[in-house]
Design a protein around this ligand. Structure first.
Ligand code: SF4
Length: 283
């Protein structure tokens, strides 16, 4: 196991902690501190590009808040006041905490006391001086935002200046069934994204993958643009990020998956810009 933290080494066990893991993020340009509630590798979706090994259907298990607090305090202390960057061979220009990201090996909002955990993380990061300089981010598939406890957590996130990165990998029922193994309808997506913006600053994340060499289907492009037109008309969401497969999927479909070509993503980004969004494309 390498103890060198690089933009390609996303080994979540690198520090041996249960809930906290560091990632050097090319996109963020520095250290991203990940918080993983789904230590059982369970998610309510099964995206065909998912990088979680032995992914299973389910929810985050009961969390040990004392352990989370202890790990986050000691990890932040190590980064801020000890030799973490030297031990991990982090380049000088990347020795900055860009964000604390609630992400991990499954859908984080499935945690039963999600709001309490978000508050705890925000309190510790504020006390240790990480917030407000660094971002506080929730990466979510958005499918559980109808739950009051998730909305309460998003409001806590908002109070710490945080933001929601809402996954939207298709604009159609068929596409979502194929890519995410989710039965979510466009109406459900719209309802949840509307709830998200009522609680917290929200951005859209689109992962485009080429499955079975089909490329980017015209029907998918049309479905996306229709849904995004409605989102633009009904919500204040401004930012969309398009990205593709950066590391191998751990799902059975991996052999049939390829990254979406950059020019295809750029063309699509331009169409979304014409709807009025700010769009970023990352490889
Ligand atoms: S929502 Fe995230 S964790 Fe869940 S299957 Fe999809 S990529 Fe994996």
């Amino acid at each position: 196991m390498s103890n060198k933290l690089t933009v390609t080494n996303h080994n979540r066990n690198i520090t041996g902690l249960t809930y906290v893991y560091p990632v050097l993020s090319r996109r963020a340009g520095g250290l991203s501190i990940g918080i993983n509630f789904n230590i059982n590798n369970a998610c309510n979706w099964r995206c065909i590009y998912c990088q979680v090994p032995e992914l299973k259907l389910g929810a985050a298990p009961k969390i040990d808040l004392d352990l989370l607090a202890k790990e986050l305090r000691s990890f932040l202390d190590d980064v801020l006041h000890s030799d973490f960057y030297n031990r991990m061979n982090v380049p000088n220009e990347q020795r900055v905490i860009k964000d604390i990201a609630i992400a991990g090996n499954g859908e984080p909002t499935s945690l039963v006391n999600f709001d309490v955990a978000v508050q705890l993380i925000g309190d510790i990061a504020t006390e240790l001086g990480v917030f407000p300089n660094s971002h506080f981010v929730l990466i979510t598939n958005g499918s559980l935002i109808h739950r009051p406890v998730v909305q309460a957590g998003l409001k806590v996130l908002y109070n710490f200046g945080g933001e929601v990165w809402f996954k939207m990998d298709s604009g159609t029922l068929e596409g979502r069934a194929l890519i995410n193994h989710s039965a979510q309808t466009n109406e459900a997506v719209l309802k949840n994204i509307t709830l998200a913006v009522q609680c917290c600053l929200t951005k859209i994340q689109i992962c485009l993958v080429d499955y079975q060499q089909r490329g980017f289907l015209a029907s998918e492009s049309e479905g996306f643009l229709e849904l995004l037109t409605t989102i633009h008309a009904t919500t204040p969401i401004q930012n969309v990020t398009i990205y593709t497969l950066a590391r191998p999927s751990q799902q059975p479909e991996a052999v049939n998956l390829q990254a979406m070509p950059l020019d295809v993503m750029q063309d699509f980004a331009q169409k979304i810009r014409l709807l009025g969004f700010d769009v970023t494309v990352t490889e």
